[in-house]
Write a protein of this length. Structure first.
Length: 186
């Protein structure tokens, strides 16, 4: 496939290694030819790297199966998941998952990306509901509408929220940007 058709979450094989794309952007500088700026995460090594590809360059896409998995807990070896069909438990190293763990609560169901009967990564939903565990109290009389304050969520994620948000509220957070979207109805 052409590099210009790449999207986040796809698996590709480059230089004999299997990578999962974590970010893709088509860059079109004014007087130069366009190119794809991609962030790759090595499946076996867990190392991230950035590459610049010509937009018409051929890239080998690797088909990944998707399987329902449940996040159980994290330990020193990484995050432990369970296959919802076979009930088999397996671990994915924390460095392969990166910041994805900040959006996953224990006992939550996800889609696992499978290559050669091995789960290599997870696919996050577009947004998640997380509980606020720490934030500064609202200042009385603060009427500025675009001021945000720091808040820490139950998974350790830190994000900026409006001043009216209190500890104990459930919020909808974007997994793509980590930004506050709205209050959650849970």
């Amino acid at each position: 496939m052409k590099a210009s058709e790449l999207k986040s979450g796809m698996a590709v094989r480059m230089d004999g290694q299997l990578y999962v794309l974590t970010a893709c952007a088509l860059v079109t500088p004014g007087n130069l030819r366009s190119f794809m700026q991609v962030k790759l995460k090595g499946v076996t090594s867990g190392q991230s790297q950035e590459k610049r590809l010509r937009s018409n360059e051929e890239v080998e896409r690797v088909a990944l199966d998707r399987r329902e998995i449940e996040y159980l807990y994290s330990d020193s070896s990484g995050a432990v998941f369970m296959d919802n069909e076979t009930f088999e438990q397996f671990s994915i190293p924390s460095d392969v998952l990166g910041d994805s763990l900040l959006y996953i609560k224990p006992n939550s169901n996800l889609t696992g990306l499978v290559h050669e009967d091995k789960v290599i990564s997870v696919e996050l939903p577009g947004s998640v509901n997380l509980l606020v565990t720490d934030t500064t109290p609202q200042v009385r009389g603060a009427t500025a509408t675009n001021q945000l304050k720091e808040a820490e969520m139950e998974t350790g994620l830190k994000t900026r929220v409006p001043p009216f948000i209190e500890v104990g509220e459930m919020l909808r957070i974007s997994t793509a940007t980590g930004e506050y979207l709205s209050r959650a109805s849970e």
